[in-house]
Design a protein around this ligand. Sequence first.
Ligand code: SAH
Ligand code: SF4
Length: 361
Amino acid sequence: MENIFNYNLDELKSVLTPSFRAKQVWRWLYINYEDDFNMMINIPKEMRNKLHNQFSAKNLEINNIQTSIDGTKKYLFSTKDNYTFESVFLKMRDKEFDENDNIKSREKYTICVSSQIGCKIGCKFCRTGESGFTRNLTVGEIVEQVIAIKKENKILPEKCVNIVYMGMGEPLDNFDNLIKAIKIISHIDGLSISTRRQTISTSGISPMIDALGSLNLGVQLAISLHAVNDETRNKLMPINKVYNIESIMESVRKFPIDMRKRVMFEYLMIKDINDSIKNAKDLLRLLNGIKAKVNIILFNPYSGSKFQRPDIEQAKRFADFLCKKGLLCTIRESRGSDIDAACGQLKYVDSKNKNVSHETK
Ligand code: SAH
Ligand code: SF4
């Protein structure tokens, strides 16, 4: 049985004739979130049977949902081959002015999507990284996370949703599947989530950043920088020994950036490792001339991790320093940390050998 979400619209047209049927099915899948081909009532019975025999529109099961006190929800999905991974749904209130200049707040939704089961990059501060790598998620598995979460939260199809590829895994290490998924997710006749609302977060695989840039998709780029010199970054992220800070900056400088947007630099702050004002000064120098914004993430401890969360006062001093020098900088609220849904806290269970990998380290 094939996962129908692996198919883009053109591919679906090549298996369904006449081809206008493909668009009808597409709308059922992506606008009505329908996972039962038999319910697609404007499709001839014969074609529904064919679809039913060849394809599946439900390839992920939601095994568990945890809801945080701040409304963040963490989903534990299981795949057909019995692996599990997590995705996160965040609701935030955005304040904006209406026509009469009254402040109104509006809910903003973000889905944090996983791209791999585990991760090969092995960052020292990351629970996912410490768990090792199992396999890439397929195109369909990436896409279906969005549909399943929209459906479970009864989000109307026309409602704006942001996608961040900041769940489990290194998205640029699953490049082809990621790109196809982004195109399906942004397809105007389906989910229609503009590429401008999709952010790819990477540990900094420079050649893949170049490859992404050359596709000119309009996606947003987030770099997990976390350190301002190679010595510290080597210790935190072994990938830095292959693609160092300078090679990442070179790729960022070449990357096509939307006029109104900036490249986001994520700065995971760890107590006594990278939280000094000297580090802030170096960061300023490093980002000089780049349309950048810095997002400070306070290290989220997890069982077995050897690092400490920095003092919030220190993080504020760091952020203030950058802001005063004119660099856009925010401290990311740690949402969902009571349910381990915050950055770096996602884990996976390899249910084949019942090995809760992050705890075996
Ligand atoms: N692999 C990609 C995307 C997923 S990780 C990347 O590394 O960019 C999403 C973000 O969470 C990254 O910026 C990552 O560095 C951060 N992160 C990882 N472990 C963390 C932890 N323990 N506390 C806070 N943030 C963490
Ligand atoms: Fe992988 Fe990102 Fe975790 Fe590093 S931080 S191990 S790249 S998921």
